[in-house]
Write a protein that binds this ligand. Structure first.
Ligand code: AMP
Ligand code: MG
Length: 325
């Protein structure tokens, strides 16, 4: 059963709810050909069936039943994705970490009344979250968990992956210019409306949705991804507990930035990199980018804990701060 809910379907715009978020595909100056939206929903649903952490039947969730030490054959697509993500984990020295599924579930940020978990349970699950316990076999296309209790969580990359796949689908279908926005993970296809460029607002962290700290003017083919504690959090004992976990402690990253926005030419990597920058800092972002997208320019806007805004050199000429406009 599809759990993707179509909200609006018009000649140049498709809006739907998926991946726990609001999604939109907007064609800039053309109408959808017959079957275009059906094809897009099919792809979105196929990716959901592969990755949905909330669906016990998804391919990723089914891996929880894998017996320790027993290789499990997975689809070529999931294999390729996990291969890329594990390379990112290694290059970030574990700051980007796809084996935190047990901890994410324990914190349960998506629930109605999340609460700080018992510290003993956190440390137990942390011990069961070792990246070295996830083995991939390239020839057999299998994954093996060498430890009990390993649970993969690729929430930090799934929407970027889906955005990239949907943009590739639109391109292959002959669409000239469109934006794909999956809960703030943006993929821009073709030229934009501002002298060929796209204007993309960067969210002011912890402020009203849509209130931006500046605008990025981007060329065709760029993707934009943002990670921030304000995205999912709760307050307990006067303290904010947010969903971006420090894999060394099992607790939310302390004293981290308020928000990180990454621009790069690959939507999946953009999503990986914004989480990496938030959790591990710039050195981690650079080593992941160097390994996985050495050809492409990667830039970022980072709002530090004290509210100062850092613009990386790659974006200096394309970022227009709200305080200057
Ligand atoms: P994003 O909004 O793309 O930064 O992804 C946030 C999601 O990534 C969280 O809700 C968790 O599911 C997952 N996550 C939390 N901490 C980490 C981490 N250190 N590395 C990778 N994924 C994480
Ligand atoms: Mg991410």
């Amino acid at each position: 059963m599809s759990s993707i809910e179509i909200v609006r379907c018009e000649s140049n715009q498709l809006r739907f709810l998926a991946y726990n978020t609001f999604c939109e595909i907007l064609l800039r100056d053309e109408d959808a050909q017959q079957g275009l939206w059906e094809g897009a929903i099919e792809i979105a649903e196929q990716i959901r069936r592969m990755l949905d952490a909330y669906d016990e039947m998804s391919e990723l969730s089914a891996l929880r039943k894998a017996e320790t030490g027993q290789p499990v054959r997975i689809s070529d697509e999931l294999f390729k994705l996990l291969h890329t993500l594990l390379a990112a984990c290694a290059a970030s020295k574990g700051a980007f970490h796809i084996a935190l599924g047990g901890l994410s579930k324990l914190w349960n940020f998506a629930s109605d009344h999340p609460q700080c978990p018992d510290p003993q349970r956190i440390s137990k699950l942390l011990q069961q979250s070792r990246l070295e316990s996830v083995l991939l076999d390239e020839t057999q296309k299998t994954v093996t968990f060498l430890q009990d209790g390993i649970q993969l969580d690729i929430g930090a990359a799934g929407k970027g992956y889906a955005a990239g796949r949907l943009a590739a689908y639109l391109r292959a279908a002959g669409v000239g210019s469109a934006s794909v926005n999956l809960g703030g993970n943006l993929c821009l296809l073709g030229s934009g409306p501002r002298q060929g460029r796209w204007a993309v607002g960067v969210q002011q962290p912890w402020d009203r949705r849509g209130l931006t700290l500046g605008t990025l003017y981007l060329d065709a083919g760029q993707s934009v991804s943002t990670s921030g504690g304000y995205d999912r959090f709760f307050i307990q004992n006067g303290k904010v507990w947010h969903h971006l976990l420090d894999p060394r402690t099992g607790y939310p990253v302390e004293n981290g930035p308020l928000g990180c926005t990454v621009v790069c030419s690959d939507a999946l990597l953009g999503d990986v990199l914004s989480t990496t920058l938030f959790v591990g800092g710039e050195a981690c972002l650079r080593s992941v980018a160097e390994l996985l997208c050495p050809q492409s320019k990667v830039g970022y806007v980072r709002v530090e804990a004290d509210g100062t805004v850092e613009i990386s050199p790659e974006l200096e000429n394309v970022f227009c701060p709200a305080w200057e406009s």
